[in-house]
Design a protein around this ligand. Structure first.
Ligand code: GTQ
Length: 370
């Protein structure tokens, strides 16, 4: 490589660069070090949002915003501080490819139906009694359930229970945005009326991995709600054997009609880390957003220690070294962009081969005081 591109300081080069700018042209020789590097250099940063912060802000939001007033959802989304350069466009995403939010629905409220070209998934963190209605099927949600809302399907939410309900939304909004594929349409009425039995798809899959014979042909959403009980049972079964050194006892939600990820663009996992378990460090092309479903511990991301406990959310950007330590029996839910990376044949990984596969902790993450 040329020594430090010092030619860029030369007057004739500077003049030329300035000259072509007026024609909306740029010199590649100046851009290439920023555009192409040895390995991914994500703008997204490792970050953590605490349970207390999120609950407090959702309750404040309940005072100032009702789905009736805004005609939409009461969701607060995670803006990655490294991606705020996107602010001039009006928003910042959570990782470069993924968006995530926490959403609060109060008893009696309705979040109106709409559809869009982005795919969504939900992980239920607090409460019960609310349903999402997807293409006329009311799907009742409980803590620990994982749900999918594939792209272009009508969906809205209602709450016939007694207590506030909170869940995590994850969508491929930034990916669809950068691809220029954004479409959105509100439902003509407030919310769809049911046209199928409640919990239809979940009942059809009461047996777990066996599928109705009609589902041997690939469908976008044969199963809409993956109940917590079944996920927990699957993990219990895995725990009789050796854990994965990087992820502990981890399962991935899949589409039972084709064996692919439950959502075509986003992977979703549930992993258990038994008390005292310390994973080895690795890094990979895909990024992940975690929700601490149960337990407590910490994750070391590029040498920075992020302490977490139930209800916290944190981000592992792409190509960041990371390892988890559980100080109690812990369950981590996570969403990743692995299917996107695989679709483009970009997925790569590396394991840390120094210090027994573990990082040195250089500092600790300090959250903004609530
Ligand atoms: O609940 O349908 O956080 O459409 C972002 C977009 C939630 C939803 C979000 C959405 C939804």
């Amino acid at each position: 490589m040329a020594e430090k591109h010092s030619y860029m300081q030369d007057q004739d080069v500077k003049d030329f660069t300035k000259d072509i700018q007026q024609y909306n042209l740029g010199p590649l020789w100046e851009a290439i070090p920023a555009l192409m590097h040895k390995n991914p250099e994500p703008h997204a940063e490792a970050y953590l949002w605490s349970d207390e912060l999120l609950k407090k802000k959702l309750m404040e939001a309940a005072q100032i915003f009702t789905p009736d007033r805004g005609g939409e959802r009461r969701a607060i989304y995670f803006q990655n501080p490294g991606l705020t350069y996107r602010q001039p466009w009006g928003w910042a995403s959570t990782t470069q490819t993924l968006y995530a939010a926490v959403q609060l629905l109060l008893p009696g409220e309705v979040a109106p139906s709409h559809r869009h070209s982005q795919s969504a998934l939900r992980f239920i963190t607090d409460g019960e009694g609310a349903y999402t209605i997807v293409e006329g099927e009311r799907i009742f949600m409980e803590e620990g359930d994982f749900l999918i809302t594939p792209k272009n399907l009508w969906h809205g939410h209602g709450h016939v229970g007694e207590e506030p309900m909170i869940w995590m939304d994850a969508l491929d909004i930034p990916t669809i945005y950068s691809l220029g594929g954004t479409f959105f349409e509100p439902y003509p009425d407030k919310i769809e009326t049911p046209k199928r039995p409640d919990n239809f798809s979940e009942l059809r899959y009461s047996g777990g991995i066996v599928r109705p014979i009609s589902d041997r042909y690939s469908a976008v959403a044969p199963l809409a709600n993956y109940k917590w009980k079944r996920t927990a049972e699957a993990i219990e079964g895995l725990m009789k054997f050796e854990p994965d050194p990087y992820d502990g006892y981890a399962v991935e939600y899949i589409n039972p009609s084709n064996g692919q990820t439950a959502n075509p663009t986003m992977g979703a996992w549930m992993q258990k880390l038994p008390k005292g378990f310390h994973t080895k460090a690795h890094r990979h092309t895909h990024s992940s957003i975690y929700q601490v479903h149960r337990g407590s511990g910490y994750t070391i991301i590029n040498g920075v220690r992020f302490d977490w406990k139930k209800g916290d959310y944190f981000v592992v950007p792409n190509w960041a070294w990371h390892e988890h330590v559980a100080t109690e029996d812990s369950y981590l839910f996570s969403v990743n962009d692995l299917p996107i990376m695989e679709r483009f044949d970009l997925e790569q990984g590396q394991v840390l081969d120094t210090n027994n596969g573990n990082q040195e902790v250089k500092s600790e993450f300090k959250a903004v005081p609530v």
